[in-house]
Write a protein that binds this ligand. Sequence first.
Ligand code: UTP
Length: 288
Amino acid sequence: MKKVRKAIFPVAGLGTRFLPATKAVPKEMLPVVDKPLIQYAVDEARAAGIEQMIFVTGRGKSAIEDHFDIAYELEDTLSARDKSHLLETLEGSRFAPGSIAYVRQQEPLGLGHAVWCARDLVGDEPFAVLLADELLWNPGYPCLKQMVETHEEKGGNVIAVLEVPEEHTDRYGIVDPGARDGNVTEVRGFVEKPKLGTAPSRLAAVGRYIIQPAVFGLLAEGARGAGGEIQLTDALARLIGKQPFHAQTFQGVRHDCGDKAGFIQANIALALERPDLEPAIRAFLKTI
Ligand code: UTP
């Protein structure tokens, strides 16, 4: 079985829910504590053994490219001013030459279209997709690592899911479940944002995928789904029954950072895990 070596980070969306913050700054560069969202996703991919990072970018996203480049002047100044200890904080944004690639999605036609834009960089092998605005937090055993292990065992396609409250099922792509084995559930189908009371389960897709390259042929058809967009889930649904397809129930904490409340909660939760920040933040929270 082919190993998952490449990851796609679709970062070409407009980030409208965070305007005006995202007018000139990409949503994926918004920081949780002191690290941009995209860096959390890249760290997760690295920890899962991913060797090649592919970013699908669009207009106004050059800050992401700069973030993952060497900042020569900054590094030189830090060294000269005896602040070399700060160089460590830049370590996660360094890449071996050639292990990072960018492709441009000229128009935001949907997540499926963004993934399809990376087809020639991925080629004929399974790949991961990570949506950086979903911060899936388990630094000891990251989400994508959990999924890669399932892929090694079962092959095919693996998506990350979480059990959501019944009354929230209309906000997500929901899995029609087959047999369940611990945290791994067979996927028999997907329903995108089902009407309340009709969801086949409470297992909701949360922005991490391991996908077989056959999906590119389906995305190439360019079929428009919900919202007139080329939807990734529509193409994935067509792989069900043809290839193994499993849902991995994520062990960890999810922060939906595409949403303002989720983003603020993520900042508080992660700050409280930091010994240097915890006392001040906790004391402040008590006062309000
Ligand atoms: P979202 O719909 O959550 O992100 O897409 P958005 O469009 O940037 O944000 P809002 O809803 O307007 O606030 C999920 C992910 O897919 C990427 C986005 O960048 C985001 O990471 N995406 C979406 C693309 O790369 N291209 C698209 O055409 C659509």
